[in-house]
Design a protein around this ligand. Structure first.
Ligand code: NAP
Length: 300
């Protein structure tokens, strides 16, 4: 990873945010709080989301048509489930002004680049981004300005991207409280497969398995959830559409990490079967040290 060019201007005359869920609304709140835009225009499919956004006041204008929101914007932020990014790019392309910067917040990067880039006209800069911050909530009411504070935002610009555009997107994320790094998009997808996507898959599995149990066992799983199960239910409550898209978009990296996970699970299964306490203790000691280093890095 490399530190992106410092010193870009974090303030934009007009920012358009396409998709006003947890991430889009949080970014809008943070931009408003920091006075980082002359105007924030939001686009959402449903009338309810647009009305909520205007009521909460994190955007200045709401549009149903993403192109109408993107028109005249200096920065367009695509904040929809990753599987919808390509369709949004196709819709906004004719409305983008020369020199505009298009960015996104998707949890998977290579597939978003592949889906968005072909639609963008020459002279428009694509700077993909992934704020590594979130909650299990979704929708426009879930957003808050502090979401990105102290969290990483990873930029994955392809080679040859205008450095000034990268610096401006980096400056915006710093201005909303994040630390910024750049990465190759495929590398990003591999790192996130193990740190985020696989843990979600495991949580979805465990909670799914518990719901298949016979009725009494299932009720006790809920009653005594504090024994670890509760943390998995929190993760497994994450948005189904968003996570469907993440697994479909990051298939190769997730399957690679799942293969490794499977081998390690078999090794632990074997240790339990053969009473190999030493192997189990060594394993758990190693994982405990990883938790300590995450706490020390301020990412707990
Ligand atoms: P969210 O709260 O579910 O909001 C999604 C927004 O996208 C809503 O405004 C929704 O519009 C709109 N939308 C959904 N499907 C669409 C479609 N097919 N076409 C156009 N618009 C559509 O989602 P989120 O958590 O903000 O996630 C947005 C992006 O951020 C995703 O790409 C996700 O991978 C990424 N991300 C999420 C997290 C997290 O923890 N949640 C963290 C980092 C990055 P309506 O409200 O009108 O239905």
């Amino acid at each position: 990873m490399a530190e992106p060019t410092a010193g870009g201007d974090a303030r934009f005359d007009r920012v358009a945010i396409i998709g006003l869920g947890l991430i889009g609304s949080s970014l809008a709140h943070a931009i408003k709080r920091g006075n980082l835009a002359g105007e924030i225009v939001g686009a959402a499919r449903t009338e309810q989301t647009r009305a909520t956004a205007l009521r909460l006041g994190f955007i200045d204008r709401a549009e149903a048509d993403p192109a109408a929101a993107a028109e005249g914007a200096d920065l367009v932020v695509i904040a929809v489930p990753v599987g919808a990014s390509g369709a949004v790019a196709r819709a906004i392309a004719p409305a983008l002004k020369p020199g505009a910067i298009v960015t996104d917040v998707g949890s998977v990067k290579q597939s978003v680049i592949d889906a968005v880039r072909p639609h963008l006209p020459d002279g428009v800069h694509l700077v993909p981004a992934h704020p590594v911050a979130g909650t299990e909530e979704s929708g426009p009411e879930a957003g808050f300005a502090e979401l990105f504070e102290g969290r990483w935002c990873i930029l994955t610009p392809v080679a040859g991207t205008d450095e000034g555009a990268v610096a401006r997107v980096a400056a915006l994320w710093r201005a909303v409280g994040s630390q910024v790094d750049t990465m190759d998009p495929r590398h990003h997808d591999m790192v996130l497969a193990i740190t985020s996507h696989l843990p979600h898959l495991i949580a979805y599995t465990i909670v799914g398995t518990a719901t298949e149990l016979e009725n009494t066992l299932q009720q006790e799983a809920i009653k005594f959830a504090a024994g670890g199960f509760r943390d998995f239910t929190r993760i497994a409550a994450s948005d189904p559409v968003m996570w469907r898209d993440i697994f479909l978009a990051n298939k190769d990296a997730v399957l690679e990490m799942l293969g490794r996970f499977d081998e390690d699970l078999t090794a632990l299964q074997r240790a339990i079967r053969y009473g190999d306490g030493k192997a189990l203790e060594e394993w758990f000691t190693r994982t405990r040290a990883i938790r300590r280093s995450i706490v020390e890095a301020g990412q707990a």
